[in-house]
Ligand binder design. Sequence first.
Ligand code: GLU
Length: 294
Amino acid sequence: MSMTTYRGRFAPSPTGPLHAGSLLAAFGSWLLARHAGGHWAVRIEDIDPPRTVPGAIDQQLAALADFGLASDDPIVRQSQRDALYQEAIDRLLAEDRAFACHCSRTDLTDQHGIHHHCVGRTERARPAIRLRVPPGSVIAFQDGLRGPVRQDVHAEVGDFVLRRADGYWAYQLAVVVDDADQRITDIVRGADLLDSTARQILLQQALGLPTPRYLHLPLLLEPDGHKLSKSDAARPVDPRAAVPALQKAWAQLGQDPAHLAGSSGVVGLLDRARSCFDPARLPPGDIHLPPDPA
Ligand code: GLU
């Protein structure tokens, strides 16, 4: 396969069943990959056991199958990739780009949680590992929908965690290592992750990895503009009603509802969707959901 082939992915965390926001990210990333004649993979981000909900992985995979969104690659599970993450950490530590840190959250309260130098007074049995983020670590990138984005990672984030003090890998580390290992060229995901992107690019640079293109899809908001509450965000999409759920997500992605009207099955719907999808219609702003019919 040539290096320039579009390779996209959907990377859910198994913290519950698929909800409307995750369906939007799955369908949006699938449509953009298919539109580019590219490849689309599913990766399960199960590196945070305290947040993993039992049964959620099987439930999410079954829902994706019902929605007809099948991974082109065997499904990758982050919980099985410790060696890759360890290798990346070892390299960063050896090059002094990362360091062991004994500071607790409380130690950093006066710094508003931003780590610029160690202030911890007690040695922890298992320190966290942080990336060194020196002054001047400013990252600028072009988001496929939002345009230019810039973040001063030193000032706004500080030295960030790669391995937590509880021993678990941090999302930022695992996502960067896996996107590179899976040769992902295009990351399409929800705008709730926009703020993580500069950190991920900085980490790619520290590890000598390529930076993919990024496109952050709109967030679904309550009619009053608030973020979906935790309970609403967790409300599952019903895979037994896959056609209407995909039609709704299609409209939320700014596409012409007429193209998918009258679809009776998922296979036919996805065929139509892949041929009618127009990336120029993707909405740049967040989406206000209509009030629930009471
Ligand atoms: N696992 C992350 C989530 O479910 C998404 C990671 C990503 O797409 O980069 O929020």
